[in-house]
Design a protein around this ligand. Structure first.
Ligand SMILES: NC(=O)c1ccc[n+]([C@@H]2O[C@H](COP(=O)([O-])OP(=O)(O)OC[C@H]3O[C@@H](n4cnc5c(N)ncnc54)[C@H](OP(=O)(O)O)[C@@H]3O)[C@@H](O)[C@H]2O)c1
Length: 146
């Protein structure tokens, strides 16, 4: 077996490239010599950069996604709901998988947040606070029960 050659640059379809996380993904991908096709929406254009193409549209739209993904080697997603759109990730996940299957793209990397059955992000268990009751105050004065 010979020594591994230089790593081939990829063409990456990027969702959420205008967001807080996605802009770092974009910088790192372009910085590493990859080409990026980023999804943008009206009003959130990305400045021209070498290696960057954009496709404009909504991530829920199947035609837009197919256009974004076709001819790429991988899909990266840093998509996140703007506001309280808990259904976005599920809808887009399905649409992205369909677009990738159609375009025969097999690599995906994404950042998201876990949603539970309620559709709300699952954080650490909420701490419950209650007002101290009379016997708590008594115990505090006397010290812990033995
Ligand atoms: N930031 C954190 O500390 C953090 C921590 C853990 C996990 N995460 C997860 O990482 C992901 C990204 O978080 P973030 O804070 O970087 O999000 P963000 O700044 O709110 O960016 C969200 C991105 O998604 C895009 N987007 C939203 N709805 C869209 C739609 N319908 N069609 C096309 N694009 C759409 C936005 O595009 P526009 O610019 O056009 O609105 C933007 O590029 C989320 O899933 C979040 O839960 C974030």
């Amino acid at each position: 077996m010979g020594a591994p050659g230089p790593r081939r640059a990829m063409k990456i379809a990027l969702l959420g490239g205008t967001g807080r996380t996605g802009r770092h993904v974009l910088d790192r991908a372009l910085g590493a010599g990859h080409d990026v096709v980023a999804l943008t929406r009206a009003g959130t254009a990305l400045p021209d950069r070498t290696g960057l193409e954009t496709v404009s549209g909504d991530a829920r739209d199947a035609v837009t996604l197919r256009q974004l993904v076709v001819g790429t080697d991988a899909v990266a997603s840093a998509l996140g709901p703007r506001g309280r759109d808990a259904g976005l990730q599920t809808a887009v996940a399905r649409a992205v998988v369909d677009a990738m299957a159609t375009a025969d793209v097999r690599r995906f990397v994404g950042v998201s947040v876990a949603y539970g059955p309620s559709g709300r992000p699952q954080g650490p268990p909420r701490q419950t606070h209650r007002r101290p009751r009379a016997h708590d105050r008594t115990r505090r004065r006397r010290g812990p029960a033995r």
